[in-house]
Design a protein around this ligand. Structure first.
Ligand SMILES: Cc1cc2nc3c(=O)[nH]c(=O)nc-3n(C[C@H](O)[C@H](O)[C@H](O)COP(=O)(O)OP(=O)(O)OC[C@H]3O[C@@H](n4cnc5c(N)ncnc54)[C@H](O)[C@@H]3O)c2cc1C
Length: 351
């Protein structure tokens, strides 16, 4: 009987929010413990790009396809306050300060960009504004959100910094790259920087994945996503900088924003002129084999983990949330085989 069950979710990112939402649909009571703020880490700063079939041929394929369908359903059911939009997606090449030699096929781009092909259409690629998506799902879940820093598991719950024990019938660890405790497999953080430009309606619903050669010869791979709210999100620069212990302390690498800004301004007149409304850095959660950890933690009754979604956490949150709710309340996930994501496949970290 799922009705009265109180489930503690550690971490208020998109994975925690999606688990809370699908648990609440099944009548459970989610309690989310968040150290910094809901959507305050990668889940509020990521690109929000979604693709139906870009994980084909990998163990993520089913999770991605189910999630892509659920994204459309969620937007429909919950009124779409996060600007879910379908869009066309193109690949291309660009160079700093140099014509591409032939005109760009997309009229809004500068002559240093050559489109090499269309890699997605409205049936297969879409976008959400990730902060609104995460906070919107959290709100719709009706979860109690409690500010606190989880430091470990306790008998029948979790322990917070300061010693408070929060009781629950089950515990889910969903703290992104900070999910490293109690002998779980190691989760790492890979840093990314992004800018958000206010462009109004100057740029159509056309996402770009580019190869961009800087004047110095280095090649970057920018991603440019025009959002429904009249902003454009752009990224290109990742790094292996160390993950700070406190999510509130994440900061940019020196020079990263200026380099990204120069790149973006060179791609299109509308980006050259647009004000920047956000400069942001965040860490993707990644595992040793690149696949997420989704399932029960071996040897500890009632404890589950859902993290390590790497570059596809925004896409794969809905099917992860749905599967975790099924696993916790019914003993199995109905739509996705979680075997490839079992935490027990990887060696445990030593604490
Ligand atoms: C630059 C960039 C672009 C991206 N673009 C895309 C994209 O286009 N499409 C896509 O699908 N994915 C994208 N991603 C990936 C996606 O953003 C992540 O996979 C996803 O946000 C991870 O969500 P999460 O909930 O696991 O982790 P997080 O968002 O990191 O959330 C974890 C939460 O746990 C909290 N926490 C940490 N420690 C504690 C503690 N001790 N106690 C309590 N709470 C704690 C944190 O404060 C945080 O709120 C991108 C990522 C980056 C970095």
């Amino acid at each position: 009987m799922s009705q009265e069950r109180r489930i503690i979710i550690c971490g208020g990112g998109v994975i925690g929010a999606a688990i809370a939402y699908f648990l609440s649909l099944k009548g459970a009571r989610p309690v989310v413990i968040e150290r910094h703020e809901v959507a305050g880490a990668a889940s509020g700063k990521s690109g929000g790009f979604l693709a139906l079939d870009w994980c084909r041929g990998t163990p993520l394929d089913r999770l991605a396809r189910r999630s892509f369908a659920l994204h459309a359903e969620l937007a429909e059911t919950l009124g779409n306050p996060w600007g879910f939009r379908r869009l066309a997606t193109y690949a291309g090449q660009a160079a700093e300060g140099r014509s591409a030699g032939r005109p760009a096929r997309l009229p809004w781009l500068g002559d240093n960009v050559a489109i090499t092909g269309q890699i997605g259409g409205p049936e297969t690629t879409a976008l959400v504004e990730p902060h609104a998506f995460t906070t919107g799902l959290m709100r719709a879940s009706g979860a109690e959100v409690k500010r606190g820093t989880v430091v470990g598991l306790a008998e029948g719950g979790v322990t917070l910094e300061g010693g408070e024990i929060v009781p629950g019938d089950a515990v889910v660890i969903a703290m992104g790259p900070w999910s490293n405790f109690d002998g779980l497999p190691q989760v790492f953080g890979l840093k990314g920087h992004s800018l958000v430009f206010k462009t109004g309606d100057a740029i159509p619903a056309e996402a770009l994945f580019l190869e961009y050669q800087e004047a110095g010869g280095e090649v970057l791979t920018p991603e440019i996503f025009p959002r429904a709210d009249g902003t454009v999100w752009a990224c290109a620069i990742s790094s292996t900088a160390a993950l700070p212990r406190d999510p509130a302390d994440v900061a940019a690498d020196a020079g990263a924003y200026a380099r990204l800004e120069a790149l973006c301004r060179s791609l299109a007149p509308a980006l050259a002129e647009a004000p920047i409304v956000a400069r942001q850095a965040c860490f993707r959660p990644v595992t040793e084999d690149g696949l997420p950890l989704i399932g029960a933690v071996q040897g500890v009754d009632g404890v589950y983990v859902a993290t390590g979604h790497s570059v596809w956490g925004m896409l794969n949150a809905p099917a992860t949330g749905e599967a975790m709710a099924g696993l916790i309340l019914d003993g199995a996930a109905a739509h996705v085989d979680l075997t490839p994501f079992a935490p027990g496949r990887l060696r445990r970290s030593i604490q």
